[in-house]
Write a protein that binds this ligand. Structure first.
Ligand code: ASP
Length: 471
């Protein structure tokens, strides 16, 4: 049975078997030393010249070759002990056999560094090599731990994790949809969801009461440091709930994540301060203020809630057409603040209507947002009317929602976190690509798989599409 490298020091004087990658090799005269690495750590191996067969194999090993070795764990000679390496610095493994599992081409870059010095395109192209570096390994492992923590926390609080479809209908979240053509119905398309917003509300109508999902979302917008064409949300929705309860629950979860998994970090202020949208913009000229008192401290977390957002804003088309056209600022499914419901129903004082929206901001980055929803179909319909949608368009696009809300809908509300952004901040990374196993470039390319890519004409034909001019 293979021993994990981290456990090697506990096996002093025993015979063990290790599997992993060659990290560095050093020849000291006849003695060959190499460091071997697996996910758990690194250890020094030594091959004396006495065993000719093993020595011969050891002499051809190169960095990133994959080997299985057998050997005995010995204390290092006093002069060679290295306390900086922790317990592994006091021992070495004297190798008695080596089996080469895989040879490796010369890696495109070093994996022993943090990797910031390597061009990002080459790291993305050879992501499977890049992931071997300790920083990337740690980012992915930490991400998994945070996910598990969230799952345990929410399931403990009676949430049910439900998966919702990826092949769906366009969701209005303010971005362009990714479309998937239907083979069976020529000219028709699925949309990849920009968020599970409608499904989670439908689950509330379905009586699920407490839903969450670690959900993949798709938005066809220009990629930036904190945006990717596909990204992950922690999405949740609760029935019979007030904004205050959603805020309290999320605040508790965020604080517990930090306390349990990032004890070195300090939350600047608890409970998290709250600002209205108006206050934030007046005081900080942004609706996602960075409230850190010391911006040089990488372990300082300044969370805040921003509330009382305007429900509607003038749409871009207003300027071009000269006609007043409204669009939602966050989410068309939000309820207005109760005291503004009357204005919504009468379609008056539109710019003054405030939404029940709450955003959670961390160190100047919006890491989540949500609202209490309009559970009355007539109120939801008014939102679309204010946005200038015809009766026909409302029914065509949102008929299913209006219908569902008329079959006994509980009051409900929820939130979604931009999970990649949260992980980026917790891991002190400069962008979300560093916490995503296989990210895309700014132009939306997957350099490793070479996607997007052309497809066969026959495939297009099957989908009733033509891209002749592109071929
Ligand atoms: N669906 C919303 C979003 O993706 C979040 C929410 O309101 O729950 O921004």
């Amino acid at each position: 049975m293979r021993t994990n490298i981290i456990d090697v020091p506990e096996n002093l004087n025993s015979e063990i078997e290790l599997c992993g990658w060659i990290d560095v090799r050093r020849d000291h005269g006849k003695l060959i030393f190499f460091d071997m690495r697996d996910r758990s750590g690194k250890v020094q191996l030594v091959v004396p010249p006495s065993d000719k067969v093993v020595h011969e194999i050891a002499s051809i090993l190169r960095p990133e070759w994959v080997v299985k070795i057998k050997g005995t764990v010995n204390p290092r000679p006093e002069a060679m002990k290295n306390p900086k390496e922790g317990p592994a610095g006091g021992i070495e493994v004297k190798v008695s056999s080596i089996e080469i599992i895989s040879e490796a081409k010369t890696p495109p870059f070093e994996v022993g560094t943090d990797g910031y010095e390597v061009g990002e395109d080459v790291r993305m192209k050879y992501r499977y090599v890049d992931i071997r570096r300790a920083r990337m390994m740690n980012n992915l492992a930490k991400r998994s731990q945070v996910t598990k923590f969230i799952r345990d926390f929410l399931i403990e609080k009676s949430f049910i994790e439900v998966e919702t479809p990826s092949l769906s209908k366009s969701t209005p979240e303010g971005a362009r949809d990714y479309l998937v053509p239907s083979r069976v119905e020529p000219g028709k398309f699925y949309a990849l969801p920009q968020s599970p917003q409608q499904y989670k509300q439908l689950l509330m109508v379905g009586g699920i009461e407490r839903y969450f999902q670690i959900a993949r979302c798709f938005r066809d917008e220009d990629t930036r440091g904190d945006r990717q064409p596909e990204f992950t949300q922690l999405d949740l929705e609760i029935s019979f709930i007030e904004a205050e309860d959603v805020i309290a629950l999320n605040e508790e979860l965020l604080i517990k994540i930090v306390e349990a998994l990032y004890p070195e970090k300090k939350i600047q202020e608890k409970p998290f301060p709250r600002l209205t949208y108006k206050e934030a913009v007046e005081k900080y000229q942004t609706d996602r203020p960075d409230l850190r008192k010391d911006k040089n401290d990488k372990n300082l977390l300044a969370f805040c809630w921003v509330v009382d957002f305007p429900f509607f804003e003038l749409a871009d088309s207003s300027t071009s057409s000269g006609q007043e056209a409204w669009t939602f600022t966050h989410n068309p499914f939000s309820a207005p603040k109760p005291e503004h419901m009357d204005w919504l129903m009468k379609k008056e004082k539109i710019p003054e209507i405030l939404a029940t929206q709450y955003d959670i901001v961390l160190n100047g980055c919006e890491i989540g947002g949500g609202s209490i929803r309009n559970h009355k179909p007539e109120a939801l319909k008014k939102v679309f009317e204010i946005m200038g949608f015809s009766e026909e368009r409302i029914l065509k696009n949102f008929g299913h929602m209006l219908d569902a809300l008329s079959y006994g809908a509980p009051s409900h509300g929820g939130i979604a976190w931009g999970f990649d952004r949260l992980m980026m901040l917790l891991q002190n990374e400069p962008n979300i690509r560093e916490v995503i196993a296989f990210p895309k470039t700014g132009e939306g390319h997957d350099l490793m798989m070479n996607a997007p890519s052309k497809v066969k004409k026959a495939q297009l034909k099957e989908l009733h599409l033509s891209a002749e001019e592109l071929h």
